[in-house]
Design a protein around this ligand. Structure first.
Ligand SMILES: [Zn+2]
Length: 414
């Protein structure tokens, strides 16, 4: 139904566009080069969820990547589960990578051995550039790997807000202070330390910080209670005071204000993992209007709460909608929600792609990007075909979503 002539033309036009990949977990390329890769690595990371759901035990899953076990034996463990997960969104980038980078149209009994040999042979310096820059046309990928990385500008880092805002112990406070050659006695000293830390991150090329949409974001912020809780932790009197949530709320709001002042974007994980009620987008509803000068990048359409996130996006000038990860979680949910977002949210507030992969499976960024192009083409193609939008206008929208909007939001000098 989506495969109209218009759909194909849109995909072709998008494949010639430069891309800003708006979210990954890629570490330094060396992390990838240090791994002994084989065909089974293509089915790691997100595929884990589907394999376990299909009945594989966690131990069996871990064993798939234990290269001290012969590949034939590991393949025998994996093989019965492949038909079950083959058509899940998470699996498709594995097949696309096998095809595009290693020349195998399928991963099966006949191909897993030569595919593994080919993958090992290709795991050489320059693999990031070959995959991301040459084949995906990614100019830079925003990444969160807990470190400042660049790979000559191919990666642009974000770091975690929790590093400063989640105060766990006197030792942690002392360690943070020692890193900045500062003395922290009172909560005011610690807030000054956070500012100094954020400034240093920014000077190192960090463009934003990441937080989670959790009930803690809504905790009552009370300076007096937070000050007391901090003092108890700082003195080692009570490492886990009952009003710790007020301390987190206080430090979180201070940090969010600083991000506005320092021009750092706040990326927010919403939905999906584990007990996803604890990652409900609704926890950010009161937070965004409190910080009108701070820009928030709302991740994953808050799946499954795609409509809640759409309405948050509509009501808040400081919210952007980032489709990272969504295209592989559920192509159909992404398409239907994105179609609704066009009616709800100005086009300059939508960010179309983020692979959300780690270094272990960097080649899967390619397949995810293919799926993103297909989903975007499905939404815009229908609007063109029913006369609601011109083709050239749609091309410009693709350019906004895949390049211009993330560039503007993160003030990237690419
Ligand atoms: Zn992520």
């Amino acid at each position: 139904m989506d495969r109209s002539v218009t759909h194909a033309r849109l995909i072709e036009a998008m494949s010639e566009m430069d891309i800003i990949d708006a979210h990954e977990h890629l570490g330094p390329e060396q992390d990838r080069l240090d791994i002994q890769v084989d065909a089974l690595h293509l089915f790691g990371h997100y595929c884990r969820t589907d394999l376990i759901c299909a009945g594989m035990s966690p131990d069996q899953y871990d064993g798939l990547f234990d290269t001290s076990i012969p590949i034939d034996k590991r393949w025998t463990t994996f093989r019965p589960f492949l038909p079950h997960i083959r058509h899940c969104g998470y699996a498709r980038p594995a097949f696309e990578a096998a095809r595009k980078f290693y020349g195998f149209d399928d991963v099966n009994d006949e191909t897993y051995r030569p595919l593994s040999e080919r993958m090992a042979a290709e795991n050489t310096p320059g693999i990031y550039r070959r995959i991301l820059r040459n084949e995906c046309r990614i100019v830079t990928a925003l990444t969160q790997c807990g470190r400042v990385v660049s790979e000559a500008g191919l990666l642009t880092p974000l770091l975690h807000m929790a590093y400063y805002a989640e105060v766990g112990s006197a030792e942690q406070i002392e360690q943070r202070a020692a890193e900045r050659c500062a003395t922290v006695e009172r909560i005011d000293d610690y807030v000054a330390l956070i500012r100094q830390g954020l400034q240093e991150w920014k000077a190192d090329g960090v463009v934003g910080i990441k937080m989670m949409s959790t009930p803690a974001a809504e905790a009552v912020e009370d300076e007096k209670i937070a000050t007391q809780a901090f003092a108890r932790i700082r003195d080692g009197a009570d490492p886990d005071p009952p009003d710790k949530s007020a301390l987190y709320a206080y430090l979180m709001h201070e940090t969010l204000d600083m991000c506005g002042e320092l021009d750092l974007v706040v990326a927010v994980h919403m939905g999906m993992w584990g007990d996803f009620r604890t990652l409900d987008p609704q926890w950010m509803i009161t937070v965004l209007p409190r910080h009108p000068e701070t820009r928030f990048d709302l991740y994953h359409m808050g799946m499954p709460w795609v409509r809640v996130v759409g309405v948050i996006g509509k009501n808040n000038p400081n919210a952007w909608m980032n489709l990272c990860w969504t295209h592989i979680i559920s192509p159909r949910m992404t398409v239907s929600a994105l179609d609704e977002y066009i009616d709800l949210i100005p086009l300059n507030k939508i960010i179309g792609f983020g692979g959300d992969y780690s270094s272990r499976c960097v080649e899967k960024v390619y397949g995810h990007l293919l799926m993103a192009r297909e989903n975007i083409a499905a939404v815009l193609g229908k609007r063109i075909d029913r006369g609601a939008m011109g083709f050239d206008e749609a091309i410009e929208i693709c350019r906004l979503w895949l390049y211009e909007n993330p560039k503007q939001l993160y003030r990237l000098s690419v």
